[in-house]
Design a protein around this ligand. Structure first.
Ligand code: SF4
Length: 425
């Protein structure tokens, strides 16, 4: 596959190497792993192939602790006899599923890449099924196809599909805050307590844990992104009249403080109040990070593009832990949402957007970094070449936001280095 490579001058003044070649990333189906844990009355029905079923089983199989809330309807050759057959088969699968699982309130039909699935119009199917099973079950569709999405973009596509279902604000609604992006419940609860201590009157999280908790949205809504990969969701919220609050992402002490301060400022709460409310949590996190810094300072790190978390994490690792950034790759660089992050990266750091995996591997081998953050597919080959790797997927599956998790986040980078050191002794 050919690659177009260009150096583009950006407003952040950091050069960005843009690559459009072969990519080595997971597809958007992977997002179902954390989405289904968050949305407790949702079911994700992947309309796909055996490959999709295998991916989900291996990515999430160990996490099934009760009745599973995702499955794959496998579209095989026989379904190609006619699209009508495939639609009828899908209707039958959904009917059986909903009869067996009356607890389901939201059903997502998730598209994938096989050609037999692409031919199916899943948004039409969702509308048809919503007529049959609504209003007690809401049926929506989005694509998790590897042709269209990298793995965190699956969440973006899912939340974008949900935005039109959010109720409009009531007349005379108060100014309210919406936190956008899936957070583990424990982290969401910590942030809820902090917002309450700051005196923010009305705070909601999106996606909510249950369908009936969907927050209203409109011109009185200010929203904070908790994840950097939600560009389409943000655009859909903007179209509903909500206002984005630009901020660092809440990774590490600096990011969390800036994120909370941006929310507080929108409600007229001064930074001094944020600093006093968060003082003990900040101090604890700072002390814990000092211990991690002793292990990580000066170590050289290389990010392959995978989760879109790379730039905020690079900022955290370089500014709070003293790591040296060799290259920071990201599948997609949202200049507006990442403006504050980019402004805090060290001068001269090599950013790359998109991927041409062979070229990037060559750069990585030449640089011999201490730690490589990459997808599962690249990790083993790089380990056999003597490089130490960190699976980027772990960064999405682990609680990493906020003060309480700052040290755990640093530990995720320290652990593989420590393991490598022990192996060498
Ligand atoms: S959606 Fe595409 S990339 Fe993802 S598992 Fe299915 S076939 Fe593979």
């Amino acid at each position: 596959m050919s690659a177009a490579v260009e150096n583009v001058a950006r407003p952040s003044a950091l050069p960005v190497l843009r690559e459009r070649g072969q990519r080595e990333v997971f597809c958007g189906l992977t997002g179902i792993v954390w989405l289904h844990r968050k949305m407790q009355d949702a079911f994700f029905l992947i309309v796909g192939s055996r490959t999709c079923a295998h991916l989900m089983q291996s990515a999430a199989g160990v996490m099934i602790f009760a009745e599973p809330r995702f499955a794959t309807a496998i579209m095989e050759e026989r379904d190609l006899a006619g699209l009508a057959d495939a639609n009828e088969e899908l209707d039958r699968v959904v009917e059986r599923l909903l009869a067996r699982r009356p607890d389901i309130r939201q059903l997502f039909l998730v598209g994938s890449c096989p050609s037999e699935v692409i031919k199916l119009d899943l948004s039409r199917a969702a509308e048809r099924l919503a007529q049959i099973h609504g209003p007690s079950v809401q049926v929506l569709s989005y694509s998790g196809s590897g042709i269209e999405t990298t793995f965190t973009q699956g969440e973006d596509a899912c939340l974008t599909a949900l935005v039109p279902t959010l109720p409009a604000e009531a007349k005379g609604a108060e100014h309210n805050l919406l936190v956008v992006g899936t957070l583990p419940d424990v982290v969401e609860d910590q942030f809820r307590r902090t917002f309450a201590a700051l005196g923010l009157p009305k705070v909601a999280f999106f996606p909510p844990r249950r369908a009936h908790e969907r927050p209203a949205v409109g011109p009185h809504t200010s929203y904070l992104l908790a994840q950097p990969f939600l560009g389409a969701t943000a655009a859909a919220l903007d179209a509903r009249g909500a206002r984005h609050l630009p901020a660092l992402f809440p990774f590490g002490v600096e990011g969390t403080t800036a994120w909370l301060t941006a929310a507080a400022a929108a409600f007229g709460i001064p930074e001094t109040r944020v600093l006093s409310v968060t003082e003990s949590a900040r101090n604890r996190a700072q002390q814990a990070l000092e211990r991690q810094r002793a292990h990580l300072a000066g170590r050289r790190i290389f990010f392959f593009p995978d989760s879109q978390l790379e730039i905020p994490l690079a900022r955290f690792l370089s500014r709070e832990l003293g790591m040296e950034l060799v290259e920071v790759g990201t599948p997609y660089l949202h200049q507006q949402h990442l403006a504050a992050e980019l402004a805090r990266l060290p001068a001269g750091v090599q950013l790359s957007e998109g991927q041409d995996v062979e070229r990037q591997l060559d750069r990585c081998r030449a640089a011999r970094p201490d730690l490589v953050v990459c997808g599962l597919g690249l990790a083993n080959p790089l380990e056999t070449e003597g490089l130490t790797t960190k699976w980027s997927i772990e960064l999405v599956f682990s609680p990493i936001h906020g003060y309480e998790q700052a040290s755990d986040l640093a530990e995720l980078f320290h652990r593989p280095l420590g393991r490598q050191q022990r192996l060498r002794v």
